[in-house]
Design a protein around this ligand. Sequence first.
Ligand code: PEP
Ligand code: MG
Length: 570
Amino acid sequence: MTKTMIGIAASEGIAIAKAFRLETPELTIEKTVVTDIDAEVGRFEEALTQSKAELEVIKEHARKELGEDKAAIFAAHLLVLSDPELSNPIKDKIKSERVNAEFALHEVATMFITMFESMDNEYMKERAADIRDVTKRILAHLLGVTIANPSMIFEEVIIISEDLTPSDTAQLNRQYVKGFTTDIGGRTSHSAIMARSMEIPAVVGTKTVTGHIENGTLVIVDGIDGKVIVNPTPEVVKTYEEKKAMYLAQKAEWTKLVNEHTVSADAHHVELAANIGTPEDVKGVLKNGGEGVGLYRTEFLYMGRDQLPTEEEQFDAYKSVLEQMEGKPVVVRTLDIGGDKELPYLDLPKEMNPFLGYRAIRLCLESQDIFRTQLRSLLRASIYGNLKIMFPMIATLDEFRQAKAILIEEKEKLECEGITVSENIEVGMMVEIPSSAVIADLFAKEVDFFSIGTNDLIQYTLASDRMNERVSYLYQPYNPAILRLIHMVIKAAHKEGKWVGMCGEMAGDEIAIPILLALGLDEFSMSATSILKARSQISQLSKEDIEQYVESILSMTTTEEVVSLIKNRF
Ligand code: PEP
Ligand code: MG
């Protein structure tokens, strides 16, 4: 039977494909005493054989679809699996201690992982990661559970999942993953943001989608209206194929604006930039006519791996982005880890309120080795383009000053080493904590620019968790509290001759765009896929006309009033 579920439209587009349930099972290990030792050793050997067979298949797929270097990861895993140095101590432990295979495997593997991780050698540290991965695979076989690997999907599917972590999303193979839908999440959760930049249609926050869709069921994800249709009839499929064609035709129309500047009907010029997470995203920026990168979320470089990226790895990524952008501005945000973006290998203690906790610049100012490495690679890369650096989650002037002082120290150190660094790097900050918006006048004297991070600014101002669909009614971009804060920031910056961008999702919102234009926002940074639509919209707006309504918009008490004014007038 056909069923329609409503969720939050997280990434535009229509996808029609079979469902693929992505589940992360709990791998819990209990210690038990075994009586039949030979049978237990046999069970372990069987799990080993199954893991090897599975890895051979994955390796072959990876080689064909993703290339030799990705396949090499699985070749390394196969080597670990075949190594008697790992399997013999496990069997010995089962025999001598009469314990179950799961427990013996866990104990021995943990011993090796700890040993390799403590070595001061990158190669050995990577071996620890291999062992961890391989152990998980054997354990899954022992426990009879399947671990789905999102990067290893080789047929057209729609992913169905309770939630997708940003690193799961980063691993999705865009060629085959046509769309996704989740039980939880909001429009500004990072998997939603990534889906937009990957142009994968997505509906999140459906609450119960995993309870209604079996593997292989035909599903339609309508990322335009936030609907998921399960088991559609052929007529419904046809309707959605038409809707998809119309959407694609509209997109093609916008494409004509790809090489245009962004100018309003009354000749006011603004810059439309894109938010990116990886160097690969730059292709999408250029394809969609981005005039710059307004936010490079560098934390994705740190995620989906087992250790911190080296200075060289980071340098390569930053250089690649700057070179591809060929002199257009690139605003790189320093590491913003924490909140929903975790780095398991940093082993940070769990917090009651991660969004208010030890994260972003707070972590960087304390773990300065991590911060300094990133700044060095950024400074070294600065000569390859038009780099601007900004710090996330700045709450106080002191934090900005400390971060900037460290940046200057690193620049001087590099220059002493004879390494050239650009002299024209602007240094700015995100305004995403209400305190910094309120004292924007004080910050404006010290920064080169602001970028307003409304995703967080809204959640902190209205105390409404951006990830929690139950309080999403309070997540109100057009609330006068938000609009007034934005207005204050822009006025304060302009008074000091500084420019203001916005890199929160609000910058690409069609109701917000006229208001932001009238408030004087200089740069709008959004998902690359929203740029052409926004350029088309701005070309039809008169800044002067909207300015006349600004005062009344800033006093409107409900979202509905704002939406209706904008829709009816502009
Ligand atoms: C924001 O908070 O608006 C922002 C752009 O940063 P992030 O979404 O990465 O928290
Ligand atoms: Mg933020």
